[in-house]
Design a protein. Structure first.
Length: 351
């Protein structure tokens, strides 16, 4: 009994000593506030998700951050990677998507709890738009010179042939952003005009020539599948509204690769087959090729430029024309030559 009591007395001091030692090891005295860092700078701000990576410029004096991102970038959910001073934190945090359509404020908190705000401004590069200013007519050897309205729709076209002014002019009117009337002048005299009306399933183009007393003599009905023209019928008002021609378009992707013509019957009597490059078509951009008799055709409706044209009818078989192009940096045609003939030129106003 005495021995047990003696051992107990000896154990108690030992336990107390162990507890004391452990408390001493875990009890780190608080850091002196005077030694806590007051550094609260954003040292790096970038967008690694963009290609190429965009690194913002930091103005340490004005506490502003600025970056320019590529045209077309969606700035409503950009994710920045942010680096700050040692022992500091930032809010909103790095790696969190933000809407940068307006300036965004970031707050950096130093180790000593002092704070500093930064204002981040993101600018989206303006996309350079190139508008055709000079186009060769598709079906003739004339050159078209285009002017534009303030909304970048075509205002007028004048014409030359081999550098000679033809004293011809085309003027365009619009309704709800779409062509609604096209006037053709020669020596400032109106010689014909066409009107364009739009229905849910068709576009109707009606011609009014001067030699008919500006009474309509024919019209085209362009049939639609959604926004895509799939066929047309040409009708003569002089012949009792009879159909004088018709055709069906076959598309491959966004290009018309086959046209089958039916004339007045139900059997194909002529056809056109087209091949294309993979570059932007300036005629589609302005919606006009210079030939008002078929205002909408493969050259104005297709996304790319015709490189091979094959024509067949009852008289001609596999009449083939091949076009070779040169292009600018944007991929737009600069010259076009059919079967090695003299090249025609294109020009653009890029802004």
């Amino acid at each position: 009994m005495y021995l047990h009591r003696t051992l107990l007395y000896l154990a108690i001091p030992a336990v107390v000593a162990v507890i004391s030692i452990r408390c001493s090891d875990d009890d780190t005295p608080p850091k002196d506030p005077e030694q806590e860092s007051s550094e609260k700078n954003i040292t790096s701000f970038k967008f690694p998700g963009l290609t190429p990576v965009v690194t913002a410029a930091i103005n340490a004096d004005e506490k502003t951050i600025a970056a320019t991102v590529p045209a077309g970038t969606d700035v409503t959910a950009l994710v920045p990677t942010i680096e700050v001073s040692k022992d500091a934190s930032v809010s909103p945090a790095s790696g969190i998507a933000q809407d940068f359509t307006a300036p965004v404020t970031y707050t950096v908190t130093a180790e000593d709890d002092s704070k500093q705000t930064y204002t981040v401004n993101i600018t989206v590069e303006q996309e350079i738009m190139c508008y055709p200013s000079e186009l060769p007519e598709v079906f003739y050897y004339r050159t078209m010179y285009l002017t534009y309205n303030t909304d970048n729709t075509v205002a007028s076209i004048t014409y030359t042939e081999e550098g000679v002014d033809l004293h011809s002019r085309t003027e365009f009117e619009y309704t709800n952003g779409k062509h609604s009337r096209i006037d053709y002048f020669h020596d400032d005299v109106l010689v014909r005009y066409i009107t364009i009306t739009y229905n849910t399933d068709a576009i109707i183009v009606t011609r009014y020539p001067q030699n008919n007393g500006f009474e309509a003599d024919q019209y085209y009905i362009y049939y639609l599948d959604g926004d895509r023209v799939t066929s047309y019928g040409r009708h003569s008002l002089k012949d009792g509204d009879s159909r004088t021609d018709s055709a069906v378009f076959t598309y491959t992707n966004d290009n018309i690769t086959q046209v089958d013509g039916y004339s007045t019957g139900e059997e194909v009597v002529w056809s056109e087959t087209m091949e294309y490059d993979d570059k932007p078509n300036p005629y589609a951009q302005v919606g006009f090729t210079g030939w008002d008799y078929e205002y909408m055709n493969p050259y104005s409706l297709s996304k790319n430029n015709v490189t091979v044209f094959i024509y067949n009818d009852w008289e001609f078989e596999n009449v083939t024309e091949t076009a070779a192009y040169t292009y600018n940096e944007e991929g737009l045609p600069l010259t076009r030559s059919f079967d090695g003939a003299a090249a025609t030129t294109f020009a653009y106003d890029c802004r």
